[in-house]
Design a protein around this ligand. Sequence first.
Ligand code: G
Ligand code: MN
Length: 411
Amino acid sequence: MLIENFPPAGSPLPETITVLVVDNDQQIRQPLVRMLSRAGLTVGHAASVEQGVACHADRKFDVIISDIRMPGGDGFDLMRAVRRNDLDVPIVLMTAMPDVATAMTAVELGAYRYLIKPIQQEPLLAVLRQAARTCRMAKLRRAAHDASGRLRRSWVDDRAALETRFAASLRALWIAYQPIIGARSGALFGVEALLRSDEPSMSTPPMVLDAAQQLGRLVELGRRTRKLAATALASDRPGTFLFVNLHPCELMDDDLLSSDTALGRVASRVVLEITERDALESTPTLRDRLTRLREMGFRLAIDDLGAGYSGLTTFADVMPEVVKIDISLVRNIDRSDIRKRTVRHLCALAHDCGGLVVGEGVETQSEHDCLRELGCDLIQGYLIGRPARELPTWRSADTLAALRRLARPSP
Ligand code: G
Ligand code: MN
């Protein structure tokens, strides 16, 4: 085992990302190690599963990247062995021979990414940086919990318990639909699909999302949610839009880019809502992925604009067809000059870029009227309808006109 770029003993803590490369093929391993070292990463490498496991046990890396097929033990054996001692380190798998069986195993074991060789430098670096950040965040969170002394059981037990609860919440998953109507016409424009679970120990959507994040299963959760949401739409009359929330990490899931999925098949009726909880710019190949989604027929929305984590940078990155104004700007807007001014300008900006604006979380008639006066095109909130198991039954008179407006003007 060789380690490149490690600082000499006694030097300050390294700021660089440490990565372990495991591949039996020297022709692949060596150039990869060289490329990562040149990019400033601290790189360890191993030629077998056994060596890799020993290497990681010896010196905890921020992220591991491993080949799948290797003689004497494959990438999955490596994952299982590493997980016995380290629940956090993200493991990126790579293969020259992708197939459904290995991809499914990778998902089941919680691989961070499944990459296909040959691997391009920039996307790989972006993935590794993001993985290292995830790993460090997990470690920090763990340290904070430890320090508070709140957590008495072992982490392994906690993880197992969390996995059990998460599995139960997945089984009890369902979708609630909330109507979105035209601000002027009052006609149904679409519905937002909202994640819900009947599992009592994980009863709120943030609890399910948080568990998925901790367990590295956001992609899996996203796939299930999208499939469930799309199935209901397929049985609905044409003409209304389905708004679906995406976690930014779902943008990296190739399943989202496939036309051969339940959601892909109805893409032209779907608005994908993106919230920038994680920096979007850390999503490699973002531009290409957004272009591909639009080619498939999807429209894109910025969710929760004004909520702190969803900012104007995201707006510029995505050039959304729809902007959703966050509930915090909507609440009591009729009594706040500054909110009125903000929303008026956000509407002007969105309209200038050819987009529509949705006011979210509208609870009173005064908020509704005020938003309409300020230029909001669409309204969503308890005033109109609470999220419910059934799709709203009312029909749209102006959906066609709205559809025409949504026919994508160029950014
Ligand atoms: O982040 P996003 O905008 O997708 O969140 C939507 C959430 O807001 C849903 O969980 C939904 O239940 C909730 N919601 C929808 N309408 C209202 C409303 O009028 N008031 C409040 N307080 N919450 C709402
Ligand atoms: Mn939303």
